[in-house]
Design a protein around this ligand. Structure first.
Ligand code: UGA
Length: 448
């Protein structure tokens, strides 16, 4: 039969969490305040791009329901999951207003009900919430911090096959109850106090961001000394103390989590009297990394005024339509400031309300037509075979700047492109290239 769970917030984390618990056999009601979102979900449509999520929602049937109504959500619920957004404020601190709106509304909960915080919050939030609940006489309600580690694009898999489940509680029994909700998942539980659970989340994201800034700096040095960052990352990563993941050099990290959580942690430390020096560098390296693409283009094209640059991929990473903190936003506005004409293409992200003054193309071919350069901004799989005759012939200048290192430099070279990646040697086209070279391209097409 499972437990009755109310989930507040139908964003990425809320929906995946809700669908995941329903898949484990629980009865879940998701409450959101946006009527169109709830209508879409009731009709079986997920209002954003997340592979596999619609399938899970379809297979769990009426174990997962959606409502606008508070009472309907909490009716008989033993667990109330808070999964609302915690964006950064102007100062970079966490905006917890949506969290407090949910908490302030809590009433009519059964004895022994547990409020579970999934939203990413600064360390110390749990203590503040506990005190606020107690002050309202809600001492019979438990509180647990259970941070999420769902990456967009692989969130369903991350829920069903987690590396670990982190549970921070004030009362052991509340933590036990939340741990049991996860029965059926094969992962160790980390049982701890509330501040430590809150810190695990911030520290994990900040560490992953630090690895990315680190490998990006290694990449920048590789370019100067003639080394190849892809090989360097592989060689480093095979050391079991290091590991190969999150060592992909590129044009910097984005998304709704890393930039914000690194800023939260830096400010949390600062507000607590500690100067977190390393994180300043992580942030600065990331900002500069987005802009390095502009100098790579200038190296080949000189002034960018009047040049047409195709930005291929807009989402902050592949397999999502999320534009939050996407490097494409900074890059597009830098290029416009340099006087370039900017064309863009993305298979799923709709950036029309975010990017002004750029042209949106329906296909890669349309985006690169008469362009002076094609920049791979998001590592979409369909960009791996960018170095094709059709693309080369359509471009005014066959130049690829690969911000994600997804294109095979050898294939680009044989197909007649000048290629510039991140932390890789740049290559020029092979001399004596045939006029049309379909066979040569087929021979050199990159591995999947
Ligand atoms: C991240 C974490 O991976 C999740 O564990 C966490 O739950 C989530 O934040 C969150 O706090 O909610 P997400 O932001 O969806 O997930 O995406 P990631 O796949 O981690 O990528 C973040 C950024 O880093 C992207 O811009 C990506 O392109 C970039 N990245 C990632 C690199 O540049 N290199 C890498 O090696 C890996």
């Amino acid at each position: 039969m499972g437990e009755r769970i109310a989930v507040f917030g139908a964003g990425y984390a809320g929906l995946v969490t809700a669908a995941g618990f329903a898949d484990l056999g629980h009865q879940v009601v998701v409450r959101d305040v946006v009527p169109e979102k709830v209508d879409a979900l009731r009709a079986g449509r997920v209002p954003f791009h997340e592979p596999g999520l619609e399938e899970v929602i379809a297979r769990v049937g009426d174990r997962l329901r959606f409502t606008l109504d508070y009472q309907e959500a909490v009716e008989g619920a033993r667990f109330v999951f808070v999964c609302v957004g915690t964006p950064a404020t102007y100062s970079g601190d966490a905006d917890l207003s949506a969290v407090w709106t949910v908490l302030d509304e809590l009433r009519d909960l059964a004895d022994g009900a547990v409020v579970v915080m999934k939203s990413t919050v600064p360390v110390g939030t749990g203590d503040t919430v506990r005190a606020a609940l107690d002050a309202r006489g809600l001492t019979h309600i438990g509180y647990v911090s259970n941070p999420e580690f769902l990456a967009e694009g692989s969130a369903v898999k991350d829920f069903l096959e987690p590396d670990r489940i982190v549970i921070g509680s004030f009362q052991e029994a509340d933590g036990d109850a939340v741990e049991r909700l996860h029965d059926g998942l094969d992962a160790p539980s980390v049982r701890t106090d509330v501040p430590s659970a809150e810190m695990v989340k911030l520290a994990a994201n900040a560490y992953l961001g630090t690895r990315i800034s680190f490998i990006n700096e290694i990449a920048n040095v590789c370019e100067l000394v003639g080394a190849d960052v892809e090989t360097v990352a592989w060689g480093m990563g095979l050391d079991s103390r290091i590991g190969t993941r999150y060592l992909q050099a590129g044009i910097g990290f984005g998304g709704s989590c890393f930039p914000k959580d690194i800023s939260f942690l830096k400010l949390l430390a600062g507000n607590s009297g500690y100067h977190f020096q390393l994180l300043n560098s992580v942030i600065e390296v990331n900002e500069l990394q987005k802009r390095r693409v502009v100098s790579k283009l200038q190296k080949h094209l000189g002034s960018l005024r009047g040049k047409t640059i195709a930005l291929l991929g807009l989402a902050f990473k592949a397999n999502t339509d999320d534009m939050r903190e996407a490097p494409s936003i900074v890059l597009a506005s830098r290029l416009l400031a340099e006087g370039a004409d900017v064309r863009t293409w993305d298979p799923v992200a709709d950036a029309s309300s975010i990017l002004r003054g750029v042209t949106f193309a329906e296909t890669v071919l349309e985006a690169v037509r008469d362009a002076d350069a094609a920049v791979v901004v998001t590592g979409w799989d369909e960009l791996r075979d960018l170095p094709r005759a059709e693309i080369r012939d359509a471009m005014r200048v066959p130049l690829i700047v690969d911000g994600r290192n997804v294109v095979d430099p050898g294939a680009a070279r044989s197909a007649g492109f000048t290629y510039e990646g991140i932390g890789r040697a740049s290559t020029s086209p092979l001399a004596g290239l045939p006029e049309t070279d379909e066979p040569a391209i087929a021979e050199h097409s990159p591995e999947a």
